[in-house]
Design a protein around this ligand. Structure first.
Ligand code: 3HC
Ligand code: NAI
Length: 659
């Protein structure tokens, strides 16, 4: 039974128990309908408390049911029935009340929440809009501006903010259920409050600012349908009678639910939760990690140290000398200062985190570390040497990780006395912000070390993708492949701004040439110079990047790269770059051709998919969905397109269906 009803001296407790997250599955909807009937018919019941077992309140509609034919009772109809109950319903919210879960709470007459509860309407992240009255009821309970923000971003709010906004009536002071039952007793005999649908919508205070916000959301949406449907639904909620707004919301939800964009986002939702379901680790317990050592306090080391501190680990940062260690610690502090400034940590927490950081040049400071992450220069010899120093001072069970971007993690492991404790933890920059962490699995690594690395990554709230050892692992290897393709297109007829525009119109956050200008062209130039001696001369090689670097045009930091940056940040097409590119095509005897945006993206996608397939064939990635997860979370591949491999698969299936 997913839903049970018990009675406690006039108060009915309706309990949902549908692990793992109490989704409003068919059985829950049936159970709630039955509970409503029972509590309405029972004269001894004066009020109802709705609560959930396990870790959370209802986390939304059951996303697994979305691909299947709908089954009655539909959530919107059920919620109308609850809203019309003759006895007060009190929602007791713990964990998360999300999507259909919050919509259920909105139909209860009162809402109490545990202090740590979160409330949100995240449907937009699944390519949807709230479909069980959320867009209509929320702006009748809280200010239209706040409702729009919650629904358009999908970001949940804390119980404290919810109380401030008027979304909930009370935060439980003690035990949630006990407080909810007490609250229910206190309202027995009082008139029911008016339903949300019978109240007027709370119009925006500043209409012009509200309209401007709507336009901003529409513009940011690009080709995505859900945000636009949300805008329309909010306007309906403010302008139409509630019944008409509800009908329109339901229709829009049904259209979006069967839309390819939502199917793609659901693919990503489940793919992100599957990346660490690994047979070999089924019965392996991770070790406890309390203290993390970080070697190298540059861009990555400082970011990794900050990420670890923010997740509650003590950090020891080691640099080449005390001066460099101080500079590294200052970088970490600057990141924590930023978190403080943005209100993400309190002043007390900021002080506490700084106290958990020690920095120096003496490797023996690592003696207590449970795990050490190396982020020194990208040089195999330097890294092997660093690992020798570390081995000499740490415990035999300390895990040794490298943040190398491209080097052979097996060669790093093999140079140590115990390769079974060496692993790759490939963070992306900035390390405390970027969601993806590639856990690179060398041949000899033990299951316990792998399980611990994954557990650490989850503590850091990262999305983990496992990768085998190869040049660039998954995300960077695919990025290198499509960057190469973009360079070929420069010689074949496109200009950097043609390619970048095609990429951003497709939904990527930045074009490849602007991205390289931002990172600095010298980084890949240094790598190309290192690889020059071993490069296969029969392979096509594009010299344009090297030539820009030789002229001292290293990207944004020098004011010139593939673009010109007159104000230091705005990228403008550079006629000299265009002339250089045309000259290179001529020098190689290539007749330049015109490229439409669609052709550019077709070549980029094909390069991604071909490299992705190679990665799969070599066993570097476990499955195609992991590659999608990596590309979405490392390089901002549009989530609503599902990832390059998903797109290839969908196209192949469509091709079969129409054949
Ligand atoms: N439906 C079905 N399964 C769900 C689910 C949902 N809404 N939400 C989570 N799950 C599953 C996950 O797939 C995972 O399954 P697995 O163990 O087999 O991999 C399991 O529940 C646990 O999920 P997480 O790993 O994400 O657990 P966390 O504890 O980290 O997070 C959570 C819990 C915050 C509730 C998070 O799962 C979450 O954000 N879920 C999505 C909520 C959501 O999007 N709700 C809206 C749904 S659409 C809707 O309600 C439409 C309505 O307007 C009509
Ligand atoms: P960086 O040059 O900013 O920092 C490297 C730091 O290591 C310097 O502060 C240097 O003083 C220190 N260092 C060098 N040798 C040392 C030693 N023997 N002992 C202690 N400290 C030492 O480099 P960055 O960008 O932080 O890169 C570090 C590693 O992370 C490299 O392997 C790189 O490939 C990798 N990486 C870099 C990313 C990026 O975007 N910059 C992304 C992911 C990985």
């Amino acid at each position: 039974m997913s839903v049970t009803v018990t009675c406690d001296n006039g108060i009915a407790l309706v309990t949902i128990d549908n692990p793992p997250v109490n989704a409003a599955s068919h059985s829950v909807r049936l159970g709630l309908e039955q509970a409503l009937r029972q509590t309405e018919a029972d004269d001894t019941v004066n009020a109802v408390v709705l609560h959930c077992m396990g870790r959370t309140f209802i986390a939304g509609a059951d996303v697994k049911e979305f691909g299947q034919p709908p089954q009655d009772p539909a959530l919107p109809d059920l919620l109308l029935q609850i809203e019309g109950a003759s006895k007060p319903w009190v929602a007791a919210i713990h964990g998360s009340a999300l999507g259909g879960g919050l919509e259920t709470a909105l139909c209860c007459h009162y809402r109490l929440a545990a202090a740590e509860a979160k409330l949100g309407l995240p449907e937009v992240q699944l390519g949807l809009l709230p479909g069980a009255g959320g867009t209509v009821r929320l702006p009748r309970l809280i200010a239209a501006e706040r409702a729009l923000n919650m629904i358009s971003t999908g970001k949940p709010v804390s119980a404290q903010l919810a109380l401030q906004d008027g979304l909930i009536d009370k935060i439980a002071a003690g035990d949630l259920l006990h407080d909810a039952v007490q609250f229910a007793r206190s309202i027995v005999g009082k008139a029911l409050p008016p339903t949300l649908l019978s109240r007027p919508a709370i119009k925006p205070k500043d209409t012009a600012a509200f309209e401007a916000e709507l336009s901003k959301i529409a513009q940011k949406a690009g080709a995505q349908d859900a945000p636009k449907a949300i805008i329309q639904a909010i306007q309906n909620a403010l302008d139409l009678p509630p019944d008409a707004a509800l009908t329109a919301e339901r229709r829009a939800f049904q259209i979006l639910r069967s839309h390819p964009q939502s199917a793609a986002m659901r693919h990503v939702f489940f793919a992100e939760r599957n990346t660490t379901k690994i047979d070999r680790l089924k019965d392996v317990a991770p070790r406890k990690i309390s203290t993390v050592g970080v070697i190298g306090g540059g861009t990555m080391g400082a970011g990794i140290a900050a990420a670890c501190l923010l997740s509650g680990f003590a950090v020891t940062l080691i640099e080449r000398d005390q001066n460099a260690a101080n500079q590294g610690a200052a970088r970490v502090k600057a990141t924590l200062d930023g978190s403080l400034k943005r209100g993400m940590i309190s002043p007390a927490k900021h002080t506490h985190l700084l106290a958990a950081l020690s920095a120096g040049a003496d490797y023996t400071m690592l003696a207590d570390a449970d795990l050490v992450i190396e982020a020194v220069f990208e040089d195999l010899g330097v890294k092997q040497q660093v690992f020798k120093h570390v081995e000499a001072v740490v415990r035999p069970d300390t895990i040794l990780a490298t943040n190398t971007s491209y080097l052979d993690v097996n060669s790093i492991a093999d140079a140590t006395g115990d390769p079974s404790r060496v692993i790759g933890l490939h963070f992306f920059s900035p390390a405390h912000i970027m969601k993806l962490l590639e856990v690179v699995v060398p041949t000899a690594v033990s299951d316990a070390v792998l399980a611990t690395a994954i557990s650490l990554a989850k503590s850091l709230r990262k999305i983990v993708v496992l990768s085998g050892v190869c040049d660039g692992f998954i995300a960077n290897r695919i990025m290198s492949a499509y960057r190469r393709e973009c360079e070929y297109m420069l010689e074949d007829g496109a200009l950097p701004w043609d390619i970048d525009t095609a990429m951003t119109e497709f939904g990527l956050p930045m074009g490849i040439f602007q991205m390289q200008d931002l990172a600095g062209l010298d980084i890949s130039w240094a790598m190309r110079k290192r690889q020059a001696a071993t490069r296969d001369p029969s392979l096509r090689y594009v010299d344009i990047g090297d030539k820009l670097c030789e002229q001292g045009h290293l990207g944004r930091k020098t004011g010139r790269g593939y673009y010109r940056y007159e104000d230091g940040k705005t990228a403008r097409p550079d006629p000299e770059v265009e002339a250089l590119i045309l000259a290179e095509s001529k020098r190689k005897g290539i007749t330049r051709q015109g490229f439409a945006a669609a052709e550019i993206m077709a070549r980029i996608l094909s390069a991604m998919q071909t490299e992705g397939q190679r990665i799969l064939d070599e066993g570097i990635a476990h499955n195609a969905a992991d590659i999608d997860v990596a590309m979405i979370n490392a390089y901002g591949f549009p989530r609503w397109r599902g990832g390059p491999m998903y797109m290839a698969d969908t196209q192949a299936r469509l091709g079969k269906d129409t054949a």
